[in-house]
Ligand binder design. Structure first.
Ligand code: HEM
Length: 375
């Protein structure tokens, strides 16, 4: 605790005495560290401090988005907190340059001390993944190592691991950003109609039908133009475009979902996504589309973080096995394919040029003078 009997000073406020006493590594003594080990520890700690802030900001964004009525007052707050997250992640991507000043041989001098410790055990990174909405059970793993089970095993052996497990389990019991986003999208008015309004299901279905009809028409036209322009086989091109049309249809109808109730819910969510992205210039859709852009931006920065980390690792340890026992760079490269907000990425494949969009009869509803908020 800071000494409250004195006027606050800079180091008390920041707890600098304690913070700067935490870089002694396993020996608990800065002086006993190998050359370059202080660099390794400080760099990791700096990342973990930023992770702490990312976690706080994600929770704040999620709380605003989970509000019963997410109106224009809430959405700017969600965007504000998520922008901070993506800015931090962008900053961390460049921070790997500092780590890279460690030469392979300098790292080899102390690397064996770490085994089997590894960034794989960064429970704050797992908390970030969980709060975003990643299903940890389906993410890439190496061997049989499940990240949560791994931390559970460690928690049986050491008190510090129990703290890690506690933080992870707390996050796993919370609403995720993905779920909050889906609930908000579900409530979004489509062609002026909200869930619970008379005929809402028919209004949504007619929007989806009109949209898919235009997708099919655009694909058919492109399939007819492309062979002549590129000198390729017309049948092969027609088959590819027909495949894309079928994929768009399957996505919009949520065909992959067996349960009828859940399928209807996801259909409405996807229709709302396409609706906001398509008519994004309407005044009342300005904040919703900014929110979707910010979520995509955040996930993009996380993917870039993983990619940059993998390249840095390749430069420092080549293709050798990681201290945590994974295949190293191969494993890290697999994680760059992970996505949390699949639908936000998928929808990009089926967006139409503005001139090809179905006409929007209820445009007034989405003007500032309209009868209500879009969500
Ligand atoms: C010389 C520096 C570094 C090397 C050689 C390295 C290497 C590795 C390797 C090989 C893995 C895969 C797991 C394993 O087998 O150990 C890993 C995972 C990880 N590392 Fe690093 N790393 C370095 C620096 C950093 C830094 C500065 C951070 C920042 C916090 C970091 C964060 C992570 C995270 C979060 C994972 C888990 C990735 C996942 O499972 O999705 N690493 N690291």
């Amino acid at each position: 605790m800071a000494d409250r009997t004195h006027t606050p000073n800079y180091w008390d406020y920041l707890g600098l005495d304690r913070l700067l006493a935490l870089q002694g590594g396993l020996e608990g003594d800065d002086e006993a560290l190998m050359p370059d080990e202080l660099h390794f520890i400080v760099t990791h700690q700096a990342f973990e401090l930023w992770f702490k802030l990312v976690i706080r900001e994600l929770r704040l964004a999620r709380d605003h988005l989970s509000a019963e009525l997410v109106d224009e007052q809430h959405i700017p707050h969600v965007v504000h907190h998520l922008r901070r997250v993506s800015t931090i992640l962008r900053h961390l991507v460049t921070q790997f340059e500092v780590m890279e000043t460690l030469t392979p041989q300098d790292f080899l001098a102390f690397r064996d001390k770490l085994v089997p410790a590894s960034g794989f055990q960064s429970f704050q990174m797992r908390v970030i993944e969980v709060l975003l909405g990643m299903d940890l059970a389906t993410r890439p793993r190496y061997g049989k190592v499940d990240p949560v089970e791994h931390i559970r095993d460690l928690a049986k052996k050491s008190p510090s691991s129990a703290v890690a497990l506690g933080q992870l389990e707390r996050a796993m019991a919370e609403t995720t950003l993905r779920k909050a986003m889906q609930q908000w999208l579900f409530r979004t008015p489509i062609r002026g109609s909200s869930p619970g309004d008379p005929g809402d299901a028919d209004t949504v279905a007619s929007f989806v039908d009109d949209y898919l009809a235009n997708v099919a028409a655009v694909h058919a036209r492109q399939a007819a133009q492309m062979p002549a322009a590129l000198g390729v086989d017309p049948d092969a091109v027609a088959a590819r475009f027909a495949g894309m049309t079928a994929q768009a249809r399957a996505f919009m109808h949520a065909d992959e979902i067996e349960d009828a109730g859940e399928r209807a819910r996801v259909r409405r969510i996807r229709a709302a996504l396409v609706f906001i992205e398509s008519y994004r210039t309407l005044p009342l859709l300005a904040w919703p589309r900014l929110l979707l852009d910010t979520i995509v931006e955040t996930e993009e920065q996380l993917v870039l973080f993983r990619t940059r980390h993998a390249r840095m690792v390749e430069r420092v340890i080549g293709r050798r096995i990681g201290t945590g026992g994974s295949s190293g760079v191969d494993y890290l490269d697999q994680t760059t394919g992970v996505r949390v907000f699949h639908d936000l990425w998928t929808v990009r494949t089926l967006l139409l040029p503005r001139r090809e969009l179905p006409a929007l009869d209820q445009a007034d509803y989405y003007a500032f003078a309209g009868k209500g908020s879009p969500a």
